[in-house]
Design a protein around this ligand. Structure first.
Ligand code: C2O
Ligand code: CU
Ligand code: CU
Length: 459
């Protein structure tokens, strides 16, 4: 495949207001601009100092004026056109996690496009077929780029009103910073060989100890997005409230109560409806026993709301299970932590079907581990042969979760990321309806960067 490099910034700078002053948040702007200008958003990635630890500055990288980055919104079925401008000191791309789009817009370096170098821009433009909660992030030097804050929510609104009058997006990220807000290593081999290198400072929308005010008596749609590199949050709510799950990752399910812990792996999302208690009451949003943040009820003059109906299904092709071909994918640990990393290569710790991805080798995608025929249905047998869990993610297509030897599903559901538990085997199915070479990987970023990635081609 050959690529042409998109325009270098030069003649563009007149379009963008860029100050070089200190003081962070106002240095760069992002917003809906004149649609005639050819794009809906101008998204600038640049260094941004943020205050995660009070009194200290963290030298983050951000999409727009905050980290996590600006929430992009688009209506289902419409085009999203983003002019992405790179003002970072490093090259990067944007991948649109969970969106079914053409390969050229998928943001994978050397597969979809060349990396966008400092000072260059790239126009992303694609139609968004499915409503739901998605997100965006680079697919280059991911431990560091995501770790420094290059993550952001992408919300695709349903075409018709859903009955929710209020909604909030809560982006979860646990930062790799010390007590002074300085970055710590994003990936340490001995941790990459286990659960993944964990951050230390829990934040919601970039705030530690966050408090979100919500209107009393209303049923509020709360989108929880796990934009963290490695951490699986065990989501539960404590307080006087009722909560139902309306969607898993991008796709609706029949609403059901949020029971004790919902395990939200890296890259995954959950859409809750929460009935907010009386004004003054607080709900604690927790990861197991750990408080992630507080939801505080504030007085509302609106009449108490009712539970909206289930969200409308997305137009994803239904796999033909009777005629589907079965493919096995085995996820294995091959850890030799003492490997020599002096050659600049990360250690090779994980494999899919006996093959480890090497992020320093640009040709890995030329050797897909599976070739699917366009239009055919497939059942993937995902087998985790390790003692660690892996949120398994596929680009370009959504798959239906059918069954598992570890869980009883109340219903089968479509998703883009499935949290495969230790030693779990799960069956998922899809129609191979999107031609291209698609990344298939664990979303624990340091697993992905130490082998747990592969390419699946659809021809
Ligand atoms: Cu969030 Cu390769 O994906
Ligand atoms: Cu993705
Ligand atoms: Cu993993």
């Amino acid at each position: 495949m050959s690529f042409t490099r998109r325009q270098i910034l030069g003649g563009l700078t007149g379009l963008v207001a860029i100050g070089l002053g200190a003081g962070g948040a106002s240095r760069y702007w992002l917003g809906r601009s004149d649609p005639d200008a050819g794009h809906d958003y101008e998204l600038i990635a640049a260094p941004l100092d943020v205050e995660l630890v009070s009194g200290y500055k963290t030298e983050a990288w951000a999409f727009g004026p905050s980290a996590p980055g600006t929430e992009l919104r688009v209506r289902q079925g419409e085009w999203l056109r983003v002019r992405f401008i790179n003002h970072l000191p490093v090259e990067t791309t944007i991948h649109w996690h969970g969106i079914r789009l053409p390969l050229e817009m998928d943001g994978v370096p050397y597969v979809s496009q060349l990396p966008v170098k400092p000072g260059e821009y790239f126009d992303y433009k694609f139609r968004v077929p499915d409503a739901g909660s998605y997100w965006y992030h680079p697919h280059v030097s991911s431990s560091e780029e995501l770790g420094r804050g290059l993550v952001g929510p992408l919300i695709v609104e349903e075409r018709e009103p859903t009955g929710f009058l209020h909604e909030r997006t809560l982006s979860l990220k646990t930062w790799h910073v010390d007590e002074q807000g300085a970055f710590m290593p994003f990936s340490v081999p001995r941790e990459a060989a286990r659960n993944g290198t964990a951050g230390r400072l829990i934040t919601i929308n970039g705030q530690a100890g966050s408090v979100t005010e919500l209107p009393a008596g209303q049923v509020v749609r709360v989108r929880l997005l796990n934009l963290d590199n490695t951490w699986t949050y065990r989501i539960n709510l404590r307080g006087n409230c009722e909560a139902k799950i309306y969607a898993l990752d991008g796709n609706p399910i029949t609403p059901r109560p949020l029971q004790k812990d919902y395990w939200l792996g890296p890259g995954m999302r959950i859409c809750l409806a929460i009935r907010i208690p009386e004004a003054g009451e607080e709900i604690s949003l927790r990861d197991g026993f750990v408080r992630l943040g507080t939801l505080r009820s504030v007085a509302s003059t609106q009449a108490p709301g009712d539970w909206p109906p289930a969200l409308p299904a997305n137009p994803i092709a239904e796999p033909d299970l009777a005629n589907a071909e079965k493919l096995n994918f085995n996820f294995e640990w091959v850890g030799k932590v003492s490997v020599n990393t002096e050659n600049g290569k990360p250690p090779s710790l994980w494999q899919i079907n006996g093959q480890a991805w090497d992020i320093t080798d640009k040709t890995c995608a030329d050797r897909p581990i599976a070739t699917l025929r366009k239009g055919k249905s497939y059942i993937f047998e995902l087998k985790n042969m390790t003692q660690y869990q892996h949120p398994i993610h596929l680009h370009g297509m959504s798959f239906k979760v059918l069954s598992s030897n570890r869980h009883k599903f109340q219903e089968q559901y479509f998703t883009d990321t499935y949290l495969l538990g230790k030693n779990e085997s799960a069956q998922v199915a899809l129609v191979a309806d999107n031609p291209g070479t698609w990344m298939f990987h664990c979303h624990v970023i340091d697993h992905m960067e130490t082998g747990l990635m592969a390419a699946i081609e659809v021809v």
